[in-house]
Every structure is written in structure tokens, then in C-alpha cells.
Design a protein around this ligand. Structure first.
Ligand code: TXA
Ligand code: MG
Length: 314
């Protein structure tokens, strides 16, 4: 069983020995290994049971190291890193050969991100390599936002969980690619599209509802609980499924279902994002036979929340 603790030196030693550990970020916990070591990267795929066509994000201590790993940085990427790093923003940039093929699934770009968590920033600054890290959950399941989520599912497969407490953002980073120079949102996430547009102007948004071979993480079924989750108008859904034990997930108002989680009683989208994945886990392990959820307002972080709800549902 994995040890859990706040020992950065221990984390560093394990990573330097080529091992894979869990690290906290402000978005979700990551399953981290030396991004420049193909063996460590292969171990990440193995532990997570992740198909090798799905590329990994590489975590760096600061923007200063980016030119070690990338060929060229569009000016919009520079502006975004300047405005939002450290933070919940991943930039897809043309990679140098030093990044192993396995990290990028053979794609010409690498996803880079500087996470905003004090423990992980200190850890990254102490290492002479960057960390490849997908979310620390078995492939396709709900992302972990607390150390105990990692322990429950991957605790017997890794030696250490660096405990950074609950994640402050709670939803994965926003991924921006540059398609013919045009900034394009490949995954809505913890950085609002409105905030991005305030810095670089209008961005394109990939239709995440369709299967998108450029971003395999956008697969239809992802972030999914084991139980069936249906998203829609909650009162109608409750009537339709009245014969079963219902668990509801609502934005700000409780339902009269026997089991229910409210994401934010005050109707705050930041709070809702922070609570989303833990709420799905609670409902998944409850007595409920079927999970019913409603969409949240589709602005700010609501876009990322609704994207996760759509893909967690079936
Ligand atoms: O907030 C986050 O981004 C978290 C924390 C741990 O940093 N990480 C995360 O990683 O969500 P993961 O592997 O669960 O999702 C990353 C997604 C992949 O599924 C893939 O679709 C996309 O990022 N991705 C990574 N590199 C890419 C690339 N070169 N081109 C297109 N998509 C890429
Ligand atoms: Mg993930």
C-alpha cells in the first residue's frame, strides 16, 4: 500500500529512481514520472491502464524551461503563459526530440503545464527533469481531487502519494492548441475561456461532443462513474426513473430524492467545480441504483463542468 505524506525529498528520490508517484496539483491529482525517461513513462501507462494512443501532459516548474522541450512558441502562447502560469492551463507546442514518443503518442506537439500547487512547485524546482502526469485515476474513471481518492484506486500500485490536501480548482486544466496559428480550446477546464479571450482575443472551441482524434482524452466515455448517469431536466428524469433508487446531482437546489448531492448551495460555479468529482464518487459508492444530474449554467467554469457531465453520462 502506498505511503501518503508531505515529504518532498522522498518524492524526489522515488522519481529520480524512475518510479511513479501521485502528486497534488490545483486541478486534480496526477500520476507522475520522469517525462524524459521512456521506462518511467511506460510505467505510468501501465499503472493507469491507459491506451498508449492517449498522450500525457508534461509538468514544468516555470516558463523558463519551455524552450528545452519545444521548437517554437507562438506569441499567443507566450502571452497566455505569462498571464496564467502557474495555473490550470495546458499549452500544446511543437516538441523537441528530447520528449519521448510515448509521452505524445507520436504527435508532433507536447502538452506543457506549470501547475499551481506549492508542494508540487517545490518538487518540480528540485528536479532536473519535467514530470509527465495524467490524472491519477484508472483510465476512464472519475478524476481524483483528494489523496484518499488516489489511495482507494491506485494505492496498491504506487509507492507514494504526495499529500497536498483537496484540490483547489477540482477540474482538469484547459488545453489550448494552435491550429494554423489560431488558438483553439481542445478541452474546456479550470481556466475560463472568458479569461483566455480577455488576453488574446477570440479563440476557437473544438466541439468536444464529437470524438476527436487530435485529443484522445476527449473520448465520449470518460470521467465516468460505474453506475449509469443521466443528465437532463432533473424533475422529468426523476419521474421517468421513479421506480428505482435514485441519486441526484444538482447545482444549487436539493431534490427530494433519497440520495442527493448539491454542488454549490450558493450557486457558485467555482465551488461546484471543486466539488464535482468528489460528488460523483460519493454517489457512485452510495445505495443509489441510478444517478441523475442536471447541467449547470453554461458560462465560466460551467462549460467545463457540463463537458465532464456529458462525458460521464451515457
Ligand atoms: O489538470 C490537468 O491537466 C491534469 C493534471 C494532473 O495536470 N492532467 C490531466 O491529464 O488531466 P490527462 O492525461 O488525464 O488528460 C490530458 C489530456 C489527454 O487525454 C489528451 O487528450 C490531451 O490531454 N493531450 C495531451 N497531450 C496532447 C497533445 N500533444 N495533443 C493533443 N492532446 C493532448
Ligand atoms: Mg484524465
Amino acid at each position: 500500500m502506498a505511503d501518503t505524506g508531505k515529504d518532498i525529498k522522498k518524492a524526489k528520490q522515488l522519481l529520480e529512481a524512475g518510479q511513479v508517484i501521485a502528486i497534488p496539483t490545483e486541478t486534480v491529482y496526477g500520476l507522475a514520472g520522469n517525462a524524459l525517461d521512456a521506462h518511467a513513462v511506460a510505467e505510468i501507462f501501465r499503472v493507469k491502464n491507459r491506451p498508449s494512443f492517449d498522450p500525457l501532459i508534461v509538468h514544468v516548474p516555470s516558463f523558463h524551461v519551455v524552450d528545452r522541450y519545444t521548437e517554437e512558441v507562438p506569441s499567443a502562447a507566450l502571452q497566455l503563459a505569462d498571464a496564467f502560469w502557474p495555473g490550470p492551463l495546458t499549452l500544446l507546442l511543437r516538441r523537441k526530440p528530447i520528449i519521448p514518443d510515448l509521452v505524445t503518442a507520436g504527435l508532433p506537439t507536447v502538452g506543457l503545464r506549470c501547475p499551481d500547487h506549492p508542494l508540487t512547485r517545490e518538487l518540480l524546482a528540485s528536479l532536473d527533469f519535467p514530470l509527465a502526469a495524467p490524472s491519477a485515476n484508472p483510465f476512464g474513471y472519475i478524476s481524483p481531487t483528494r489523496p484518499e481518492h488516489v489511495a482507494q484506486q491506485l494505492g496498491d500500485k504506487i509507492p507514494y502519494i504526495l499529500d497536498g490536501g483537496p484540490c483547489s480548482v477540482g477540474i482538469e486544466s484547459t488545453i489550448i492548441g494552435f491550429v494554423n496559428g489560431q488558438a483553439t480550446v481542445m478541452r474546456a477546464g479550470g481556466l475560463k475561456i472568458e479569461d483566455i479571450e480577455a488576453v488574446i482575443g477570440r479563440v476557437d472551441v473544438r466541439d468536444v461532443s464529437t470524438s476527436n482524434p487530435q485529443a484522445p482524452g476527449q473520448l465520449q466515455s470518460h470521467y465516468a462513474p460505474r453506475k449509469t448517469l443521466i443528465v437532463g431536466e432533473i424533475t422529468r428524469l426523476m419521474k421517468e426513473h421513479a421506480s428505482r433508487t435514485i441519486g441526484t446531482l444538482t447545482f444549487s437546489r436539493a431534490t427530494d430524492a433519497p440520495i442527493g448531492v448539491v454542488l454549490s448551495p450558493e450557486g457558485n460555479l467555482e465551488e461546484a467545480a471543486r466539488n464535482l468529482f468528489a460528488a460523483l464518487r460519493t454517489l457512485d459508492s452510495s445505495e443509489a441504483e441510478i444517478l441523475l444530474a442536471e447541467f449547470v449554467p453554461d458560462t465560466g467554469l460551467g462549460r467545463a463542468i457540463n463537458d465532464r457531465l456529458r462525458r460521464a453520462s451515457r
